[in-house]
Design a protein. Structure first.
Length: 317
């Protein structure tokens, strides 16, 4: 027996896993919110800057798009200008990200992978730490995972409405952090690499998604024009394209940071299954490898943001 839901029809067994996952997410999020309320940790530099932006709402700011200021304003206007009130959106958004990671796994590999994917993301060290502060990475991860779920649903169902929702999710992600633009790059590379998805590049669905994302971003673009492209210039300075693009020392440092992000066990498992999936993909044609390759394409592009917890879980199936 199946029951209708926002995410399609769920049978009773699938509904049970969703309920269990939501219960775990709510419990962990509640504990983290209590910890925020008890914490005496003051704002660090970036947090103080984001809070000051929230006092004067605008369509953009010197170093970041406006979403972080809007989020802080929405929570502090209700709960007051305390540190915990400014940070409370972090555990809530991480809970949402965990849920959409689970939905991605459910779409590709079923309910067992979905439940443990959600739990894994929610409990990795970086997410636990990030739940104690407010940063632009938190809403970015939320909209990235939502966009990935909507993209996979669009690819599977060729749905107009999911294409519209995908464009909106990407647009709000761009208003969170410009790194969301990498999502478009991942779309093009993955659709070229996996022939089952190439239809999307020639479809109205992609055009609709891109158009809606751009429409949502237009006010921020206009703000940047009025400010002499100050944010774009800042992002360009951070990217430093004129510098050395490949540096083995930086690579070693980056991998060391990821070791801390995931924890030692999960990091080793992640690397192992990434290598395994690529080996299987190039040696034999398997649908599971294609699914795994698609997810790797999107999650490793944001490796440093710890959103690839989904991969080692579902690769075992």
């Amino acid at each position: 027996m199946k029951q209708p839901s926002l995410f399609g029809e769920l049978d009773l067994e699938e509904q049970s896993y969703v309920n269990k996952l939501l219960a775990v997410i709510l419990i962990i999020s509640f504990i983290r919110i209590l910890a925020l309320g008890a914490s005496e940790l003051n704002f660090h530099g970036d947090e103080a800057q984001y809070w000051s932006w929230s006092q004067v709402l605008d369509w953009g700011y010197y170093t970041k798009p406006p979403m972080i200021a809007w989020i802080i304003y929405s929570t502090t206007s209700v709960l007051g200008n305390a540190e915990w009130a400014a940070r409370i959106s972090s555990p809530l958004l991480h809970g949402g990200t965990s849920f959409f990671c689970a939905l991605v796994a459910d779409r590709l590999y079923g309910k067992d992978a979905a439940f443990w994917t959600g739990i894994t993301f929610l409990t990795i060290p970086a997410v636990s730490f990030s739940s104690c502060i407010i940063s632009t990475d938190v809403p970015l991860l939320f909209f990235w995972s939502l966009s990935l779920y909507l993209l996979i649903t669009t690819l599977q169902e060729r749905s107009f409405i999911y294409s519209v929702l995908l464009g909106a999710a990407i647009g709000f992600g761009l208003l969170s952090k410009y790194a969301m633009a990498y999502f478009f790059i991942c779309i093009f590379i993955s659709c070229i690499a996996f022939k089952d998805y190439r239809w999307f590049l020639k479809s109205w669905n992609l055009l609709i998604s891109i158009s809606i994302a751009i429409i949502i971003l237009i006010p921020n673009i206009i703000w940047n024009m009025d400010q002499g492209w100050v944010t774009v210039t800042h992002v360009g300075d951070n990217v430093n394209l004129k510098g050395q693009l490949f540096n083995l020392q930086q690579l070693a440092s980056f991998l060391g940071e990821q070791f801390g992000v995931f924890g030692p066990i999960l990091f080793c498992v992640l690397i192992f299954f990434i290598i395994l999936l690529f080996c299987f993909y190039f040696i034999i044609e398997r649908s599971d490898c294609k699914k795994g390759g698609l997810v790797i394409m999107f999650y490793t592009s944001h490796f440093r943001y710890c959103d690839s917890a989904i991969i080692p879980i579902q690769s075992q199936r």
